[in-house]
Every structure is written in C-alpha cells, then in structure tokens.
Design a protein around this ligand. Structure first.
Ligand code: NDP
Length: 241
C-alpha cells in the first residue's frame, strides 16, 4: 500500500516541488499551507494533491490538521517540515513579534507537527521526519538573527530526535538548502542577487525547488533507513558546515 506523506507549506515554492515529487514517487500526499488560498487552489488543480489550511505555529491547529489528514489518507509515514517564513531586520531593531513569529513558524512547528505523528510512527516501527532548515542556520546571516537561530534549532532538533528513535525504524534528517529560486528569494532585490548572492555560489546560479525535492525523495525512501541524524547541504557548493 502507498505510504502517506504530509508536506507543510506544501503548496508553494520548495514545498510544492516536494509534494509533486513525492506523488510522482508513489506516495499519497497531503500539502498544508497557511492562508494563501489562491496559490493553494491553483496547486491543487494542477497537481491533484489535497490541500489543508492551518498554522504550523499553533500546536492545537497542528493536532486538528493532522487528525483530518489521517482520517482522509491514513497514518502519516513521512512528515516533511518545510513551512517557513522570514522577517528580516538587524537585531538591534528586531521586535519581539518578529522574533516570535520566525521562531514559532520555523522551529516551534517542528515540535507542533512531529509530536502529532511520532507516537504512531513508533507504534508502526516506521517513519521518516525530514525538515527543511537553511544554509543560514549553519553559517548565520546578517539581518537574520531570528531565522538563523530557528534554522540552527532545526538541526539540533533533528540530531536529538534521531537518537531517540534510531532503533525504531524512524529516521530523522534535515536538509539545508542554499539560495533557491522561490518567492522567498525573489523578494531579494535583483541587483543584490546578481552582485552579492550569486557570485558566492560556486555553481553560479540559484538552486531550483526540484533540486531540494530530489533530496527529500531520497531520504524518504524505505531503503534509506541507515541515514539518520544527518544534515544534508544542497547549496551549490556555497558552504560546508
Ligand atoms: P515560500 O514562501 O515560497 O512558501 C512557504 C510555504 O510555507 C507556503 O506554502 C506557505 O503557505 C507555508 N507557510 C508559511 N508559514 C506557515 C504557517 N505558519 N503555517 C503553515 N504554512 C505556512 O517558501 P520557500 O519555498 O522559499 O521555503 C520553504 C522552506 O525552505 C522554508 O522553511 C524556508 O525557510 C526554507 N529555505 C528556503 C530557501 C530559499 O532560498 N527559498 C533557502 C533555504 C531554506 P501560504 O502559501 O499559505 O503562505
């Protein structure tokens, strides 16, 4: 029977590519999103993948959302914690709202989501938890103290949870993308991208969302069971932790 995969933030950008790649690989896929109904409906129409709206920063919303997904598709075998946001500003100007929103959405969500599925995975002795961190969680980034802290937290979360579940058929891994061609990066001014960002990437281009999706499908596979607690960089050679 097909395994069930749930991708948070699975309707746009990197998440949409992950959802589609998992479907192409034979998974039953559910994609969650926050509030952009138009993008979600467009994604659903073109991919045939069901979409679910809830805020991954809310534990209770995650509990209700996962319950609905499991009622519709079955128990979640593969969880992809992909949803994320930025609220960039220099730390000395950062508000507590900017700090909390980024920490809760990019790091709190890993607790909120993974906690809903881990007991079922342990009982069934199979699970894949794959989280999308960032190169900026590995090396830090100017204007992103909140985001870098959250994304570095994703890596620690992964290493500890992998240890706790290593004997139970559950793998826990994290992918650190470099600069990927999505709306999040398109928000960076074009001249900054061309003058400051791309020259730092050895392959001399942005990555494509499908190149992150390929790594997710690799880690999700049944025969990837010996890879756990790993941090996989997919960044065009820009940085090696
Ligand atoms: P996008 O902004 O293109 O898409 C983000 C997705 O996450 C959307 O589906 C969005 O839903 C959803 N989302 C955002 N906040 C929430 C929330 N609170 N609850 C539920 N869903 C939410 O992002 P990217 O595809 O660029 O990024 C995906 C992941 O990859 C993020 O974790 C990001 O930090 C990480 N990353 C991205 C890089 C890049 O270069 N793009 C580089 C390194 C890491 P909605 O459509 O409703 O807004």
């Amino acid at each position: 029977m097909a395994r069930v995969a749930l991708v948070t933030g699975g309707t746009r950008g990197i998440g949409a590519a992950i959802s589609k790649a998992l479907k192409a690989a034979g998974y039953k896929v559910a994609a969650s999103y926050a509030g952009n109904d138009a993008a979600a409906e467009k994604f659903k129409a073109e991919s045939g993948i069901p979409v679910y709206k809830w805020d991954v920063a809310s534990f209770d919303a995650c509990a209700a959302g996962v319950k609905q997904v499991e009622a519709d598709l079955g128990s979640v075998d593969v969880l992809v914690n992909n949803a994320g946001i930025t609220k960039d500003t220099a730390f000395h100007k950062m508000t507590v709202e900017q700090w909390n929103a980024v920490i809760n959405t990019n790091l709190g969500s890993l607790f909120n989501m993974t906690r809903q599925v881990i007991e079922g995975m342990r009982a069934r002795k199979f699970g894949r938890v794959i989280s999308i961190s960032s190169i900026n969680g590995q090396k830090g980034q100017f204007g992103q103290v909140n985001y870098s802290a959250a994304k570095a937290g994703d890596i620690g979360f992964t290493k500890a949870l992998a240890l706790e579940n290593a004997k139970g058929g559950i793998t826990v891994n994290v992918i650190c993308p470099g600069y990927i061609n999505t709306e999040m990066v398109q928000a960076v001014p074009k001249d900054v991208l061309e003058k400051n960002v791309i020259p730092q990437i050895p392959v001399a281009r942005l990555g494509e969302p499908e190149e992150i999706a390929r790594a997710v499908v690799f880690l999700a596979a049944d025969d990837a069971g010996f890879i756990t607690g790993s941090t996989l960089t997919v960044n065009g050679g820009q940085y090696h932790a």
